[in-house]
Design a protein around this ligand. Sequence first.
Ligand code: NAD
Length: 274
Amino acid sequence: MKVGIIGAAGRMGRILMEATLANPDTELAAAVDVPGSSLIGVDAGELLGRQALGVALADDLEKVVRDAEVFIDFTVPEATARHIEVCRAAGTRLVIGTTGLNDEQTASLRAASEDIAICFAPNYSIGVNLCFKLLETAAAVLGDEVDIEVIEAHHRHKIDAPSGTALRMGEVVAQTLGRDLKECAVYGREGRTGERDRRTIGFETIRAGDIVGDHTVMFAAEGERVEITHKASSRMSFGRGAVRAAQWLGGHQRGLFDMQDVLGLTGDSAGWGR
Ligand code: NAD
């Protein structure tokens, strides 16, 4: 399957190109990064410290959108919003890893999925997606008897907080408990906060050094607590998962999917409103 990478010069972009080359069923057919970058025109192989691959870094998705059957986009929300429209117009499938999309951008993504197949997940690691399932079970069993806190840590370059994965973990728990995350989330605490309301879900964020991505959801009761933790030690876990999603998307013409669909982990609360 022919795969194109958008944001190819970035931290994840380079990993995604390596993951595409490492997969025997996928072929690197295009690479795109931001206009004005000094790397535009450079061969993708050179970006990876390999021999030339015959794929030059393009400065606009529109120029190469028909060169691949599916594109994988790990960039920034404003860029992803445009790429959704370019792929929609060309009828090209899209795997989106960019986090921090606002409500309007998420709505346009949903609308585009009426015409093309889109996979959108805040975290493409298989372990994290397993954790989403474990969180459903924990929330269903422990219910309203516990205080729930989501704690995440990432490297100092990350520009959004809390992480998309932390928010999704909160959503999974909130949906399982019949709560609306927008109403029950508490982000950070400072000063005289008063006693904790049990129906809230707290989020704490750490930004430090080169941490790839740690997430813990704590369910704390009187006398005991359960913690579900995932720690990513290499970005390749996201890269392999996203390429697997791209392959899986090849079997679909339209619709909005996430990693739960790709992995065959069914369950209403972890998916996109199914
Ligand atoms: P990065 O800054 O290293 O890379 C982003 C790349 O996108 C850069 O090369 C930048 O030049 C490029 N870019 C910006 N605007 C562009 C445009 N208009 N057209 C084409 N390219 C453009 O960041 P990163 O660490 O690689 O992360 C990228 C995104 O992926 C972030 O939103 C991050 O949170 C997310 N992420 C998601 C997962 C997941 O599993 N879903 C995992 C890791 C990171």
